[in-house]
Structure formats: structure tokens, C-alpha cells
Design a protein around this ligand. Structure first.
Ligand code: AMP
Length: 537
């Protein structure tokens, strides 16, 4: 059987058999179709699926209850057990997918239909929404197990399926090996693939070149991945060879599948659990990656993921982690919390938390903008996109509010504070190591104050300043001021016609000033000029 996610979390994992056995009493007694072993004949489509599932359960203590019409509300426990388990039977198990609600963001989703994955299938540990989807899911898994064997599904009456291969070694496909070196170079050039490092394997051109099990090839097709994207062409063979890779490609170019495919193959052929830890900066990204991983793993045997992210209750995540999962997708903060709070065996993955209080304190970033609305909007955007804890400060915030934010900034409560000029002067923000002038202030004086928030008390600091044509009248002043510090100045600034114009004007002015100075050499000239202009009057 399976149990509602919430109940499973509350129960001790060792109680499974006892509570499942108790749950099956009533449905079996009332279900003439399933009989004692749960594998009786079925006479309609859904019955067939459920019968197939029940047959699979065989003599196990937990069998599938009958169709929805025969499952009494909350009636999954025998009378003796009912009171004892009353707290576990708050809601009846949903029989059909259509009676399940849609998943909220961050909630588990049914691996079959994508609705709220309220239950965990105890055979595969996948999330399912209802009895109907559990049945479909188990049918898919059985089918995929047959497909997983090289040579595809077994035909009726043929030899038994080859056992799941014990290992996988990526070998270059003959089609790729037969290409000439200049053809490979040309391909990389055309696709914008640039590689560095020794012994980089040739890219693949088709997913079929990887020798994936048929079930995975099928998942790729189902997800609409007909041909690999350039990052996948080069990354997948590298990943399959177990090489360390640092890869960079545009957003939306298929990076996720580029690393997930090697991760899945490793998980599939490695007994150590977990076999992969995927760290992402934000919860949203983690959720998205888990979703894609589940899509690609669908139907592959014994593939489980755990999502460890903030903003959702930790106990279910910890529970899931303890179920021996292959792939963990986590944000660093929640992962560390979970590791600190519980002795979780992370198998082959070594995570050493060293003096984390010191290591985790990231110096906050102070960002300056030129208006209140800009401060609010930018701090919201930073929080949303990067997941960094940020806030804004400007003149519309009350004095106590500003004081609190400043305190939070110094104590590490905020990773980013976006401010108008109000924090630009006077304050000793010793913990700030980076100032970003998102908007260049209107004067050099103000600029010097803003960048002066870092590097206080002889400490080192960094300032990054964004400039555009709005501050063109300051270009030459900026260059003069910043260049002697050895800072990098962009060629767009150094080659700007405004800068050259300002420098020329300044040089002319200097020359003029020079001419106006009275020296021994020009004294007689000045007197003569003066006399001449007087006589003309
Ligand atoms: P990503 O850059 O990993 O966020 O992927 C962007 C989108 O492209 C996602 O919706 C993927 O599902 C999709 N995608 C990734 N690889 C492929 C592929 N080879 N063919 C078609 N779509 C893909």
C-alpha cells in the first residue's frame, strides 16, 4: 500500500508493515474482485490496472484496496485498529486522479499525472496522487524494467529479459569515431562549442550515441528532447566519463539535462546512495530541477530524489532523505540545517561542516540606487531571482525601521541592502565588503562617500560602479579618480567621446590658467597689453 505523505512522515518508518497490514483488513474483506491475495479477475479497464497492481503485490502484507466505490470513507483500518490509528485516518485515500487537487508550488507532484503527490508509493518511493495513478505508475515501472534491458521489451514467449546490466561505460559511438577531426572542429565551431582542457571527448550528435537504456531514450522523446542541444552534445559524454567539468551556456540552452543525464546514469548503475548532490542557489531552481529529473527518471527502477529547500517544512524533507535516495537537490542553507540537526548518512557524499558560523557569514553587499522606488524594486528582484535575503532603505522608511535594517546588515541578517543616498555618508559599515553603485550618483563627492562605505578602518573592499550616458558629464572625473587606484575601467568609458571632450576642455582651461599666471618671463608682455588696451579706450 501507500500512505499519505503527511502520515508517512509522522510514522516511524519501521511501523510500515504493522500499519499497512491493519489497513488492508477491511477493503479485502469487502472486495470480491480482489480476493484474499488481491489478484482476482477484473472486468473493466481500471479494474484490470488495479488487478495487475494487486497481482504484483501478491502475498505482501499491504495490498491495494478495491476501486473507489468500494473503499469506504476512512475505512482502510479494521475495527480493532481504527481507534488506535484514528490520528492516521484523518482523510480517505483518494482513489482517482481527478479527485486530487493540483499541486501548489513546491509540493510533491504525482509522477503520473502531475497533480498533488499526496502519497508515497512504498514500492518505488515515488509521489503519487491516488490509487489510480499508483496502479498506472507500477505498470509503467514494470514496463520500463523490461525496456531497461538492452534490446528493449520482451515479446510474449521470447527468452526472459536480460538482467539489468551491472555497469555502464561510455564508449564513443562508431558514427562519431568515424568523423574526421576537421569535421568535429567544424561542428564545434558552427555550434559555438568552445572546449579547454586535456582529452576532451568528441561531442555526440544524437542521444542514441550515448547507449542509454531504452527507458531513458523513451523519456527523452516523451519530454520532447529529439536532439541534444550544443551544451548537451559536449557535456553529456564528459559527464558520462565521470570527468570534472566547468560549463557555461546561456539560460534556456538545456544545461539542466546536460548534467542530469550523466547523474541519472551514474545513479542507475551505482549502489552507493545518494550518488549525486545538486546544489542550487534558489528554491525555485531546485524545484524546477527536481521536476525535470523526475521526468527523465520516470519508469527507471529505484530512482528517488529528495528536495531539500527552505520555505517548506523540514521534517518531510528529512524523512524523504532517510528513505535512501539517489539524487539530492538542495539549497545550501537547508542542506546545512538538516545536516546539523540530524545525523543523516549521506552515503558516498562527504559533506564536512567546518566552523560553519564563521564560514557561512557572507559579508553583506550594499547597493546604491538613485530613487526610493528603484530601491524597493531592485531589492525585491534580487531576493526573487537570487534567493539572497535583501531589503531596501530610503527616506520613506521610519527611523526605527532604518535602525533595524542597519543592525541586521551588520549582524548578517541581510545579504543585500539596496539604499538611496541615505546610507551614503558617515556610517561605519565595517562588515560591508562590497558596494555596488547600481546608479552612478550625481556628483563625484557623493560617489566618493558611497564607495567609502567599504574599506573602512583600513580594511580592503571592492566597489563596482555601473555607468551609462546619464552620467556622461562625469566620465573624465571618474576616470581621473579611479584610474590611479589600479581599478579596471571599461574601454567604452576610456574611448568615450565625452571623456575626450572633457579632457580637452580641461587641458585648455589649464593652459589658460597657466597663461594668466604672472611670471618674470611674461611680466613685460602683460604690462604692454594692459597699456595698449588703456590707450585704445
Ligand atoms: P534549461 O536550460 O536546462 O533550463 O532548459 C530549458 C528548456 O529546454 C527546458 O524546458 C527543457 O525541458 C528544454 N530542453 C532541454 N534540453 C532539450 C532538448 N535537447 N530538446 C528540447 N528541449 C530541451
Amino acid at each position: 500500500m501507500f500512505v499519505p505523505r503527511s502520515l508517512k512522515v509522522r510514522r516511524n518508518a519501521n511501523d510500515d508493515d504493522r500499519s499497512c497490514a491493519a489497513k488492508k483488513v477491511k477493503p479485502e474483506a469487502e472486495d470480491p474482485q480482489l480476493g484474499a491475495g488481491g489478484d482476482g479477475p477484473a472486468d473493466d479497464a481500471s479494474g484490470t490496472k488495479e488487478a495487475a497492481l494487486a497481482a504484483h503485490h501478491g502475498a505482501q502484507p499491504c495490498s491495494l484496496p478495491g476501486p473507489a466505490s468500494q473503499v469506504p470513507e476512512g475505512g482502510l483500518a479494521g475495527p480493532g485498529q481504527q481507534a488506535q490509528d484514528s490520528d492516521l485516518l484523518e482523510e480517505p485515500v483518494k482513489s482517482f486522479s481527478k479527485t486530487q487537487r493540483q499541486a501548489e508550488p513546491g509540493e510533491p507532484v504525482c509522477v503520473v499525472c502531475g497533480r498533488y503527490g499526496e502519497y508515497i508509493c512504498n514500492e518505488t518511493d515515488e509521489d503519487v496522487c491516488s490509487l489510480e495513478c499508483k496502479a498506472k505508475h507500477l505498470l509503467q515501472v514494470r514496463g520500463a524494467e523490461a525496456l531497461l534491458a538492452p534490446g528493449g521489451p520482451q515479446k510474449a514467449g521470447s527468452e526472459p529479459a536480460a538482467p539489468h546490466p551491472a555497469s555502464y561505460v561510455y564508449t564513443e559511438h562508431a558514427f562519431i569515431s568515424n568523423l574526421r577531426e576537421d569535421q568535429i572542429e567544424n561542428l564545434r565551431q558552427q555550434l559555438g562549442i568552445v572546449v579547454q582542457g586535456p582529452g576532451v571527448p568528441r561531442p555526440i550528435i544524437d542521444f542514441e550515441h550515448c547507449g542509454f537504456p531504452e527507458a531513458l531514450n523513451l523519456n527523452l522523446k516523451t519530454s520532447g528532447y529529439e536532439i541534444p542541444t550544443p551544451i548537451q552534445m559536449q557535456m553529456v559524454p564528459l559527464g558520462l566519463l565521470g570527468r570534472d567539468v566547468l560549463a557555461s551556456a546561456d539560460t534556456g540552452s538545456g544545461k539542466t539535462a546536460a548534467f542530469l543525464l550523466p547523474v541519472i546514469m551514474r545513479a542507475l548503475f551505482q549502489s552507493k546512495m545518494p550518488s549525486a548532490l545538486i546544489l542550487t542557489p534558489t528554491r525555485e531552481l531546485a524545484i524546477q530541477i527536481e521536476h525535470q529529473a523526475k521526468e527523465l527518471m520516470s519508469g527507471l527502477p529505484h530512482m528517488r530524489t529528495a528536495l531539500l529547500v527552505g520555505g517548506l517544512p523540514a521534517p518531510p524533507q528529512l524523512h524523504r532523505l532517510r528513505q535512501r535516495v539517489q539524487v539530492i537537490i538542495a539549497t545550501p542553507g537547508r542542506l546545512l540545517d538538516i545536516i546539523k540537526q540530524s545525523a543523516v548518512e549521506l552515503g558516498g557524499i562527504k559533506i564536512v561542516v567546518v566552523d560553519e558560523d564563521k564560514k557561512l557569514f557572507k559579508p553583506p553587499v550594499l547597493v546604491f540606487v538613485d530613487c526610493k522606488l528603484g530601491a524597493d524594486l531592485l531589492s525585491e528582484a534580487v531576493q526573487k531571482i537570487t534567493g539572497l535575503k535583501s531589503t531596501s532603505v530610503h527616506s520613506e522608511k521610519s527611523q526605527p525601521e532604518r535602525k533595524n535594517i542597519l543592525k541586521g546588515l551588520l549582524e548578517g541578517d541581510y545579504e543585500v541592502v539596496v539604499s538611496t543616498g541615505v546610507l551614503g555618508r558617515g556610517l561605519d559599515l565595517v562588515s560591508v565588503k562590497l558596494v555596488v553603485n547600481f546608479d552612478m550618483p550625481p556628483s563625484m563627492d557623493e560617489y566618493v562617500h558611497q564607495v567609502g562605505r567599504v574599506g573602512r578602518l583600513g580594511q580592503n573592499g571592492t566597489a563596482i560602479t555601473f555607468i551609462n550616458n546619464n552620467s556622461k558629464r562625469l566620465f573624465w572625473d571618474i576616470a581621473k579618480r579611479v584610474k590611479p587606484t589600479g581599478s579596471l575601467l571599461p574601454p567604452q568609458l576610456l574611448n568615450s567621446p565625452y571623456l575626450h571632450d572633457q579632457r580637452r576642455k580641461e587641458q585648455q582651461k589649464d593652459k589658460q590658467t597657466q597663461n594668466d599666471l604672472v611670471t618674470g618671463a611674461n611680466l613685460m608682455d602683460i604690462i604692454r597689453k594692459h597699456d595698449k588696451s588703456n590707450s585704445q579706450k
